[in-house]
Design a protein around this ligand. Structure first.
Ligand code: AMP
Length: 572
């Protein structure tokens, strides 16, 4: 079975293509808690069990929380996060989220999925894409295709009524990344004309902006300075998330948190938030302008501006979009569901499911890819470190292009082909993807040429072929950097290690969620309130041990009733 997965910074979701009498449709698969969205959070409990999703998210602010969130921002890096006794890379944490989604599908359909389409931000570079593909493989899924998030959203939007459409723009602001794509639909072809983005801009940054703005006045006595810095940061960001959501519904919102029994709170107004987020709002403009320019479409001829990604719910973002385009954006697709649904549609296309037969999709590569070269200047000096593009950004994929380069020095014995991705004139401003040493016969400078061919597949993965016409030697490089090669070689042992981790059984998900909430409340409060939370938690744990369903249900109702009351009216 082939599933479609939106592996998001904040939330992830999984969907399936289902054939029916009207052709078919993409449907979301609920998780063990019955929700379509699973928070991209992983926690390791003191007993070594791993938790994924809402229960893990509840543990973020705990003293020994051992919880990771927003790890998508570290994809493609070798940074590790320590949870309990173990260290995890971002791709391993992502694999745990994927495994949980895979299990949700198994529980829902009775069939274990083996293949997936996974979405990535259009602006994800080659390393980040490869890390995502490895995460899928670590979760035991064959990744049939990586698809750009705005392209997936465009599929979900475009296939709502299957009508032909003038070019439309997908504005996708998620938890950690921002992508813009310009898409056209005609005669069953969904064509992405251009993509641009910023993979360091998302809803999380708005949380940081709020937290920074209020910290001083919130905590004049410096209580947060007395607890572990990471925990203080987590509590501030969690509170900021609540405030940000509050500001999507009203003119002001409370910013509140409880630390060591003390309640800290202040009010944030919409205009204060707007002033604080001004710099972030300004950064939304550049990718829009670039995508319009690259697609040679002017803003006035766009038929719609389609909003995707949870962060487009912020009124200040909608206001900025309305100002930028001189019209109101279109909110007809569900901002949190569209990407997973689009991934399932792409899955249906790959499996050639009926109902999708007449649809074709073409995407573009959002970056320029090229190699480092040097040049003789007019004064006879050599300028090193220049970037020579081979595939220019926004070329339709799959694509294969080549360039010819020659030796710079007399008797040169090898050419080092250094591969970069980006738009800067000098390679120092671009992302280094890897390198390849190509031996060449020693000849006078400029007499040996090499042919460098880049092939970029539909998943946005790069393959490099170098040929030396003089000798006929050929060099091929599918996986370009050392890190990647290392990672690929131990994939199997890492997959086994992840599969061997103890996971909480699905049927216990609701109880785990309640326990995590109770632990958080216990840590937040002091004195009598804390004692009551502790008592009810103990009763709940005893009931769980008894394995008597009636006793468990009663104790769960008691505990959640208490927590609801405390959260609605926190004692001062
Ligand atoms: P996504 O990656 O698409 O799941 O988007 C998640 C982002 O949307 C996070 O930064 C959330 O804080 C943000 N978000 C979700 N709901 C709201 C809301 N009601 N108001 C403001 N931001 C929201």
């Amino acid at each position: 079975m082939l599933i479609g997965i939106d592996l998001g910074t904040t939330n992830s979701a999984v969907a399936l293509w289902q054939n029916n009498e009207d052709g078919g449709e993409a449907v979301l698969v609920p998780n063990a808690l019955g929700a379509a969205l699973t928070p991209s959070a992983v926690s390791v409990l003191p007993d070594g069990n791993t938790l994924v999703g809402a229960a893990a998210l509840e543990r973020v602010g705990l003293k020994d929380g051992a919880t990771a969130t927003s790890f998508k921002r570290l994809m493609g890096t070798d940074r590790k996060q320590k949870l309990g006794k173990k260290e995890f890379s971002a791709e391993e944490l992502s694999a745990l989220v994927l495994m949980s989604l895979r299990d949700d599908v198994t529980a829902h359909t009775g069939t274990r999925p083996t293949e997936a389409v996974i979405t990535v931000p259009a602006y994800f570079n080659d390393r980040q894409r490869k890390a995502t593909r490895r995460a899928g493989e670590l979760a035991g899924l064959t990744v049939r295709r990586l698809i750009n998030e705005p392209t997936a959203a465009a599929l979900a939007f475009g296939l709502q009524d299957k009508e032909e459409r003038e070019p439309f723009l997908v504005f996708d602001l998620g938890g950690g990344t921002f992508d813009v794509s310009i898409v056209e639909m005609f005669e069953g072809i969904v064509e992405v004309r251009a993509s641009a983005g910023d993979n360091r801009l998302g809803g999380d940054d708005f949380n940081s902006a709020i937290a920074t703005a209020v910290r001083g006045r919130l905590d004049p006595d410096g209580l947060l300075g007395k607890i572990d810095e990471r925990r203080a940061e987590a509590l501030l960001l969690q509170a900021a998330e609540r405030t940000k959501r509050g500001l999507s519904d009203g003119q002001d919102a409370e910013f509140a948190l409880t630390v060591e029994g003390a309640r800290l709170s202040t009010t944030v107004t919409a205009s204060e938030f707007e002033a604080q987020a001004e710099g972030l709002i300004r950064r939304l403009r550049d990718p829009v302008v670039r995508a319009l320019r690259d697609s040679q479409i002017d803003a006035a001829s766009l038929s719609e501006v389609v909003l995707v990604g949870g962060a487009t719910r912020m009124p200040l973002v909608r206001k900025a979009i309305t100002r930028l385009f001189g019209r109101f954006p279109n909110s007809s697709v569900h901002p949190d569901h569209a990407v997973a649904l689009g991934a399932a549609i792409q899955g249906g296309l790959i499996a050639r499911d009926s109902g999708l037969e007449e649809i074709r999709i073409t995407d573009v590569c959002p970056f320029t890819l090229g190699i480092e070269t040097a040049e003789h200047s007019a004064r006879g000096t050599v300028q090193q470190g220049l970037f020579s593009p081979i595939i220019e950004r926004n070329t339709p994929v799959p694509v294969s292009r080549s360039g010819v380069f020659s030796t710079m020095g007399d008797g040169q014995k090898q050419i080092e082909v250094k591969i970069y991705q980006g738009e800067a004139r000098e390679v120092s401003g671009n992302v280094h993807l890897g390198q390849l040493k190509v031996p060449v016969p020693p000849r006078p400078a400029g007499e040996v040429a090499i042919d460098v061919r880049f092939s970029y597949d539909s998943s946005g993965l790069l393959e490099v072929d170098v040929e030396v016409p003089l000798t006929g030697a050929k060099h091929n490089l599918v996986i370009i950097d050392e890190e990647d090669r290392k990672a690929a070689s131990d994939l199997e042992s890492r997959r086994k290690a992840l599969a061997a981790l103890k996971h909480h059984p699905r049927e216990e998900a609701t109880n785990q969620m309640l326990l995590a909430r109770a632990e958080r409340c216990y840590e937040e409060f002091l004195g009598d309130v804390r004692a009551v939370v502790g008592d009810r938690t103990r009763m709940f744990v005893t009931a769980l041990d008894s394995q008597d369903p009636r006793r468990i249900a009663d104790a769960a109702a008691d505990l959640s009733g208490l927590l609801d009351m405390l959260e609605a009216n926190p004692p001062l």
